[in-house]
Design a protein around this ligand. Structure first.
Ligand SMILES: NC(=O)c1ccc[n+]([C@@H]2O[C@H](COP(=O)([O-])OP(=O)(O)OC[C@H]3O[C@@H](n4cnc5c(N)ncnc54)[C@H](OP(=O)(O)O)[C@@H]3O)[C@@H](O)[C@H]2O)c1
Length: 257
C-alpha cells in the first residue's frame, strides 16, 4: 500500500455514492469527496433539494444527482442504471439517508414504524444490495448509524432500534463481502447540527442541553462526520473493518465534568 503524499487527492478517479447527499452530513461528505478528486452521486427524495445542492456543490461533470427513495427498490434500480451509464462503477457507498421520529413508545403509530424502518433499515439494506453489482472489489461501504444505538434515549426507541440494525449490517456484511475485499463500517454521530437535529431538537434550551451532554460541551458539525467517513473510505483505514465509529464528542463514553 502506498501512503497518500501531502497534497494528493485521496479519491482521485474514485466514484462515491452518497444517499441523502443533498443536505446535512451527506452534503458535507459530497463536498469533501469532490474536493478530494472523486466523482460523486447524490440522492434524495426531493428534486428541489437536489437541485439546490448541485448548485452549491458546483461539481460540474463529476457530480450526478438522482432523485430516489432508498426505501423503494425500483428507485434504487433506476439509480444503479443511471450511475452505470454515467460513471460505470462505484468505489465507495455512503448509506447515509435516514429519518427520525422521536416519541415515547405509547405514541408511535403503525405509520411511524413503517416510515422509520423503511428508510433507516430497509433503505440501508437495499442501498447496499443494489449497489453491489457496481461496487468494485476492494471498495468501501460506510453506513450512517447513530449514538442512540449505544445509549438509551427515552424518545428514541424506534429510531435507535433501526440504527442498531443498520450498524449490525456493517459487521455481518464485513464478513459476507470479505471475499470481494469490500470493507464495511458504520459511523455513529452524536448530536450534529443539521436539519434533522434542528427539527427534532427545536428550542435553544433543548439544543443547549444536547451540547451539555458532550464533554466537549458542543454539538458536532456535518464536516466532522464527513472527515470520519472519508477516513473510513480511504486507504488509511485499510485494516478497519466491521466497526462502528462514534463521532459524538464523548456523549456515549464520557461523563461531562
Ligand atoms: N443530526 C444528528 O444529530 C444525527 C445523529 C446521528 C445520526 N444521524 C443520521 O445521519 C444521517 C443524515 O442525517 P442529517 O442529520 O444529515 O439530517 P438531514 O439533513 O435531514 O439528512 C437526511 C437526508 O436523508 C434524505 N432522506 C431521508 N429519507 C430518505 C429516503 N427514504 N430516500 C432517500 N433519501 C432520504 C433526506 O433528503 P430528502 O428529504 O430529500 O429525501 C436528507 O437529505 C441520517 O441517517 C440520520 O439518522 C443524525
Amino acid at each position: 500500500m502506498t501512503l497518500n503524499i501531502a497534497g494528493a487527492a485521496r479519491f482521485d478517479g474514485k466514484v462515491a455514492l452518497i444517499t441523502g447527499g443533498a443536505t446535512g452530513m451527506g452534503f458535507a461528505t459530497a463536498q469533501l469527496f469532490l474536493a478530494e478528486g472523486a466523482k460523486v452521486v447524490i440522492t434524495g427524495r426531493s428534486e428541489d433539494r437536489l437541485k439546490l445542492a448541485a448548485e452549491r456543490l458546483d461539481g460540474g461533470d463529476r457530480l450526478l444527482t438522482v432523485a430516489a427513495d432508498v426505501s423503494k427498490p425500483a428507485d434504487l434500480a433506476r439509480l444503479t442504471d443511471e450511475v452505470r451509464e454515467r460513471f460505470g462503477h462505484l468505489d465507495v457507498v455512503f448509506a447515509n439517508a435516514g429519518v427520525g421520529v422521536f416519541k415515547r413508545i405509547e405514541e408511535f403509530t403503525e405509520e411511524d414504524v413503517d416510515y422509520v424502518v423503511d428508510a433507516n433499515f430497509k433503505g440501508v439494506f437495499y442501498t447496499v444490495q443494489s449497489s453491489l453489482p457496481l461496487l468494485r472489489d476492494g471498495g468501501s461501504i460506510v453506513i450512517n448509524a447513530s449514538w442512540t444505538l449505544h445509549r438509551g434515549l427515552a424518545i428514541g426507541s424506534l429510531y435507535a432500534a433501526t440504527k442498531a440494525a443498520a450498524a449490525n449490517l456493517a459487521k455481518t456484511l464485513a464478513s459476507d463481502l470479505a471475499d470481494r475485499r469490500i470493507r464495511v463500517n458504520s459511523v455513529s454521530p452524536g448530536y450534529i447540527d443539521t436539519d434533522m437535529f434542528r427539527e427534532s431538537v427545536p428550542t435553544t434550551e433543548a439544543r443547549e442541553d444536547s451540547a451539555a451532554q458532550s464533554v466537549q460541551k458542543r454539538v458536532g458539525t456535518p464536516e466532522e462526520v464527513a472527515s470520519t467517513v472519508a477516513f473510513l473510505a480511504s486507504d488509511a483505514a485499510a485494516f478497519v473493518n466491521g466497526v462502528d465509529l462514534l463521532v459524538d464528542g464523548g456523549v456515549v463514553n464520557a461523563i461531562p465534568a
